[in-house]
Design a protein around this ligand. Structure first.
Ligand code: HEC
Ligand code: HEC
Ligand code: HEC
Length: 438
């Protein structure tokens, strides 16, 4: 008993010592990963391009607000996190940042006064930016963005998450490896360009990798098996990008690149958070860069089966729908009455207009939230430079009951070659209550 007490006392002392060290040892800031020539000047447009590839504008702009002036609410399980003003305004923005201050935000998630940022700012990924790109971004924000005075709401999370120094311990776990980009020397330049864009600026893992028990990204580069194996954002599935039945592995390089450039391809369309990623970020990338991303994704994945050709024998679902018999189950009838006109009885839709529902990752996602939201509220493809036409599917909120939507969704999740769990009336009810966020 006595020894146990002694051990406990010792542990308490060690704990206190650690805590003190934790609070009083100054925060480390990662230094530049390369020394650039004194006269290094980013090429015209490079900073802006990097900003697009990193999608800084999407988070740091409020709905309808001035670009980069902050104030957008990001919902987290711990409460609302408000994005900050990153225009070069001296009082309310980042006008007094030095290059070292700016780098510390991107690499370490630390502001000039030593405050730790919440990882809603994806510094886990931006840590991989090269020094040239850090300087290009800095140059862009300081000289090309106009200063805007806008004081944003301070973020106040509930205890204990309001104690930001707790993030120091979190960062020891989350910030793995050296800062900067380490190419895979066994692969070619195109692969490595894609690897850089995906792992660094594109922060694809922030949504497409699962989370560890500590909520760090589980897999921040291709060396992790779990990297891009599927994650969740706001109960919405960000699908696996590497398995044999995932989009990129079934589609191949050209169709995946088309999806990133235009939010649509011969098989699918981007909805929800991914529609926003395409609208605000990947549509601005060059075709070579989107191809490089697609090429990287297909190389780190397990090749998938190409979707069945229409010449193949019809599936039982297609036969059932084509028969349109009087004893057809409710799910199939709801599909024929409401959806089949566009998505067709074979579930193949029409390339670049009506997405394929057979083998569609949103339809078969682990979480049915995305599918239910699309049926309730419809979806709209953004107009992109390469595909300016807007395409809309209306919502069925007023036409179908929760029970009907559950039956229809369950049918779709098991139609053609799909195989996924059933959807309940309660699932639909819960999502209807959330209203239309997009
Ligand atoms: C996914 C959303 C998201 C993206 C993308 C994003 N940020 Fe942030 N950023 C945030 C949030 C949220 C905060 C505030 C976090 C907090 O309060 O702890 C933040 C904080 C910052 C800060 C600290 C400002 C201060 O002094 O308080 C800077 C600087 C910054 N971001 C720059 C950038 C740049 C540059 C990019 C693009 C390379 C970027 N951010 C992309 C969400 C984002
Ligand atoms: C903010 C979260 C988020 C980020 C960041 C994000 N994605 Fe996505 N992504 C999603 C969601 C959610 C979907 C599902 C959309 C749908 O089914 O319509 C998706 C779908 C996709 C798909 C289609 C997969 C399929 O099987 O249908 C591809 C390909 C993709 N993302 C690639 C990327 C790449 C590459 C990046 C980084 C440049 C990226 N995503 C960044 C959330 C995100
Ligand atoms: C008038 C034609 C039309 C009808 C009718 C229609 N849709 Fe759609 N649907 C579309 C278009 C266009 C899109 C692409 C919009 C987007 O993704 O932003 C789409 C997208 C979808 C998606 C998202 C696919 C993805 O990859 O993100 C699903 C799921 C879907 N529809 C299911 C249905 C269901 C179920 C019905 C019947 C209740 C239905 N649709 C009726 C035209 C239609």
């Amino acid at each position: 008993m006595k020894t146990l007490l002694k051990v406990l006392a010792a542990l308490v002392l060690v704990g206190i010592a650690c805590l003190l060290a934790f609070i009083f040892v100054p925060v480390q800031r990662t230094e530049a990963t390369a020394e650039l020539a004194a006269n290094f000047k980013p090429a015209e447009g490079r900073g802006e391009y990097l900003m697009r590839a990193s999608d800084c504008m999407a988070c740091h702009t409020n709905e309808g607000g001035t670009p980069f002036a902050g104030g957008r609410a990001i919902q987290s399980p711990m409460g609302t996190i408000w994005t900050t003003n990153i225009t070069p305004d001296k009082e309310t923005g980042i006008g007094s940042y030095t290059l070292d201050d700016f780098r510390a935000v991107l690499y370490d998630g630390v502001t000039p006064n030593g405050t730790h940022l919440y990882p809603a700012m994806p510094y886990e990924n931006y840590r991989k930016l090269t020094e040239e790109d850090v300087v290009s971004l800095y140059d862009y924000f300081m000289h090309e963005v106009k200063p805007v005075s806008n004081k944003v709401e301070p973020t106040k999370l509930a205890f204990p998450f309001n104690i930001r120094f707790g993030l120091r311990a979190w960062n020891w776990v989350a910030l793995r490896g050296e800062a900067g980009f380490a190419p895979n020397t066994a692969e070619d330049a195109i692969f490595n360009r894609g690897k850089y864009l995906v792992e660094g600026p594109g922060h694809c893992a922030a949504c497409h990798s699962p989370r560890s028990v500590l909520m760090t990204q589980d897999g921040i580069d291709e060396t992790y098996k779990s990297f891009l194996s599927g994650g969740e954002i706001d109960n919405y599935t960000a699908p696996d990008l590497r398995g044999p039945s995932s989009g990129p592995q079934k589609w191949g390089v050209e169709e995946t690149a088309a999806y990133l450039a235009t939010a649509r391809n011969a098989h699918s369309t981007a909805t929800g958070e991914m529609m926003l990623v395409v609208r605000d970020s990947t549509q601005y990338l060059t075709q070579d860069d989107n191809r490089a991303i697609a090429s990287f994704l297909t190389k780190i994945g397990t090749p998938g089966q190409q979707a069945a050709k229409s010449a193949d024998a019809p599936t039982p679902t297609e036969e059932l729908l084509s028969s349109a018999g009087p004893d057809m189950p409710l799910g199939a009838r709801l599909y024929l009455d409401n959806c089949g006109g566009c998505h067709l009885v074979n579930g193949k839709g029409a390339p670049e207009i009506f997405p394929e529902l057979d083998g569609n990752s949103l339809v078969t996602a682990k979480s049915s939230k995305g599918l239910i939201s699309v049926i309730l509220h419809g979806a709209e493809l953004p107009s992109t430079e390469k595909r300016p036409m807007k395409v809309r599917m209306q919502g069925y909120e007023d036409r179908l009951s929760d029970e009907e939507i559950a039956t229809l969704a369950t049918f779709l999740r098991n139609a053609w070659t799909n195989k996924a769990s059933a959807v309940t009336t309660q699932d639909v009810e819960a999502i209807r209550k959330l209203g239309n966020a997009h």
